[in-house]
Design a protein around this ligand. Structure first.
Ligand SMILES: Cc1ncc(COP(=O)(O)O)c(C=O)c1O
Length: 462
C-alpha cells in the first residue's frame, strides 16, 4: 500500500514538473503535457488514505494558493499571461555568462557545496553594496544570510521568531505567503488595511494609506512582529519616510520585530525607496529581505538574502541549517559577480539598478494608457512589477463564472473570453476583507514588448 502510494505520488510529482516545465517553456496547451496532468491529481485525491498519516495541524488553512488556479487556467486557454510576477525577457548577458562560467570554468569547486549560510563572495558583495545604503558597516559573516530566494529568508524569519499565539501585523493587501508563513509558525495574523484616499484624476499607489489610529491599535503586548513590504506587491506603493517612521516608532515602543520585504527595492518610479532598517534604532529589530531574482531578472535562480543584527541573523541561520542548509553555489557566485559589476558602475545610467526601472517605467506608462482606453482605471504604481486596475466600471456577464468575489469571476471571464490573464486582488486580502479587493485586478507590466503588444491587441479589440 505504502509503496503504491509512493509510486503514485512520484508519478504526480513528475507529471506536475512536466506541466510546470511545459508551461514555462511555452509548450502548455499541447495535449501531450496538459491532458494527463490534472486528472491524475483528482484520481489520487479520491484514493483511500490512512487516517493516521495525515498533514499536520500547522498546515491547516494554508493550502489555498492563488497561483495554481489562475496560472493553470491561463495555460488551459492559451491566454496572454500578464498575471504572474516574472520578467519574460532576458536577464543581462553578463549575468548569464557568469553563471555559465561558474559551472564550466577552471574553478571546479564552484560546482560543490559552499559556506552553508552564504557563499563568501556573495555575502561580501551584499555587505559592500548595502553598507552605505544602510548607513553602517554590515558584517558579511554575521549580519547576512543567503537563502533560497527571498521566500527562504521569509520562511526562516517566521520560523525563527514567531511562537504559538504571537501576533503578527500584516498590512493588507499583502503578498500572499505572509499569512500561511505566520500560521505555520503558530502565529496569529492581525490585519491593518491600506485604503485609497479620494483623488481627482489619475490615482496612484501613494494614495493608498493606512490609518494611524488603526495601526496603533493593532500593536499590543502579544505583538511579536510586523511585516512591511516596500515597494509593495500588489500596489506598487513606496512607503514615505514619515509612514516608515510611524511604523518604526511603534516597533520600538512595543518591542516588536520588523520583517521588511524589499525584493523590489531597485524598481522605483517617481518616488524614493527608504529602508526601514536604516532608520534610527531599527537595525537591531529589522530583518531586511532582498531577492536576486527581482534584482537581476532571474527569478528562476532563487537566490535571496536577509540582513540584520547578528543577534537576529543567528536564529535564521539555525532554521536554515536545520532545513535547507545550502543554496546553489554557481548561482550565488554569478549573483555576487552581478552585484560587483553594478557597484562598479553604480552612478552610471547603464547600471542595471537604474536601467531596469527606466525601462519598466515606460512599460508601466504604456500599460496604464491601454487600461484607461478600455475604461479600467489604473492605479499608477511608484515601484515594483505590478499595477492595479479598478474594473468596477467594466461590464461583463459573469453569471457563468464561479467564485466568491467579482474580481475572481472577472479574471476567469477575461481569461475565457478575452484570452488575457491577470490576478484578482481579493487574493491579497484576509478572508473577511476580500470584498475590499473585489473591484481590482493586478497586471504585471514587467514583460517583453511582444507580450505587452499582444495584450494591447486584446485591449484594443475589447
Ligand atoms: C513581495 C515579494 N516577496 C517575496 C517574493 C519571493 O521572492 P523570491 O523569488 O526571491 O523568493 C516575491 C515574489 O514574487 C514577492 O513579490
Amino acid at each position: 500500500m505504502m509503496i503504491c502510494c509512493r509510486k503514485t505520488a512520484v508519478q504526480i510529482f513528475r507529471r506536475n514538473i512536466c506541466y510546470v516545465a511545459a508551461r514555462n517553456f511555452g509548450l502548455v496547451g499541447s495535449d501531450r503535457f496538459l491532458e494527463p496532468v490534472f486528472p491524475s491529481i483528482n484520481l489520487s485525491i479520491s484514493r483511500k488514505m490512512s487516517s493516521k498519516i495525515r498533514g499536520t495541524k500547522r498546515l491547516e488553512g494554508t493550502d489555498e494558493n492563488v497561483w495554481n488556479v489562475y496560472t493553470k487556467m491561463a495555460a488551459d486557454f492559451k491566454a496572454v499571461n500578464v498575471g504572474q510576477g516574472f520578467p519574460d525577457f532576458s536577464p543581462p548577458d553578463y549575468v548569464k555568462e557568469a553563471l555559465a562560467n561558474a559551472t564550466a570554468g577552471d574553478r571546479h569547486i564552484l560546482n560543490q557545496y559552499t559556506r552553508g549560510h552564504g557563499h563568501p563572495r556573495l555575502v561580501n558583495a551584499i555587505s559592500k553594496l548595502f553598507s552605505p545604503l544602510m548607513g553602517r558597516d554590515i558584517d558579511p559573516l554575521n549580519e547576512v544570510i543567503v537563502t533560497t530566494g527571498a521566500y527562504g529568508a521569509l520562511f526562516c524569519s517566521f520560523q525563527a521568531f514567531i511562537e504559538d499565539g504571537d501576533e503578527v501585523i500584516i498590512i493588507e493587501p499583502f503578498y500572499d505567503c505572509y499569512k500561511p508563513m505566520t500560521l505555520m509558525a503558530g502565529g496569529v495574523p492581525k490585519y491593518v488595511s491600506l485604503r485609497p484616499k479620494a483623488t481627482d484624476g489619475q490615482s496612484s499607489s501613494a494614495d493608498w494609506v493606512f490609518d494611524e489610529k488603526e495601526l496603533r491599535s493593532a500593536f499590543n503586548s502579544k505583538t511579536k512582529a510586523i511585516v512591511v513590504n516596500n515597494p509593495h506587491n500588489p500596489l506598487g506603493k513606496l512607503y514615505t519616510r514619515e509612514e516608515l517612521q510611524m511604523i518604526a516608532d511603534l516597533c520600538i515602543e512595543h518591542d516588536v520585530l520588523c520583517i521588511s520585504d524589499e525584493v523590489y527595492e531597485w524598481l522605483q518610479y517617481d518616488a524614493k525607496h527608504v529602508r526601514i532598517g536604516s532608520l534610527p534604532g531599527m537595525w537591531d529589530r529589522t530583518l531586511t529581505i532582498g531577492s536576486a531574482g527581482k534584482t537581476f531578472s532571474v527569478t528562476g535562480w532563487k537566490i535571496g538574502w536577509a540582513m540584520g543584527a547578528p543577534e537576529l541573523i543567528k536564529h535564521l541561520v539555525t532554521v536554515w541549517q536545520n532545513s535547507v542548509f545550502h543554496c546553489n553555489t554557481p548561482a550565488a557566485e554569478a549573483v555576487a559577480i552581478g552585484i560587483e559589476k553594478e557597484m562598479s558602475r553604480f552612478d552610471s545610467p547603464d547600471c542595471y539598478f537604474t536601467s531596469l526601472p527606466r525601462e519598466l517605467r515606460e512599460k508601466r506608462d504604456q500599460v496604464a494608457k491601454l487600461l484607461s482606453e478600455v475604461g479600467m482605471k489604473p492605479i499608477l504604481p511608484n515601484g515594483g512589477y505590478f499595477m492595479l486596475a479598478d474594473i468596477s466600471g467594466i461590464e461583463a456577464d459573469l453569471s457563468g463564472e464561479e467564485g466568491e468575489t467579482r474580481d475572481g469571476k472577472f479574471v476567469k471571464w477575461m481569461i475565457r473570453n478575452k484570452k488575457l490573464a491577470t490576478i484578482p486582488v481579493s487574493a491579497f486580502y484576509s478572508a473577511s476583507h476580500k470584498k475590499m479587493g473585489e473591484n481590482y485586478i493586478r497586471f504585471c507590466f514587467c514583460k517583453s514588448d511582444e507580450t505587452l503588444n499582444s495584450m494591447a491587441d486584446i485591449l484594443k479589440q475589447w
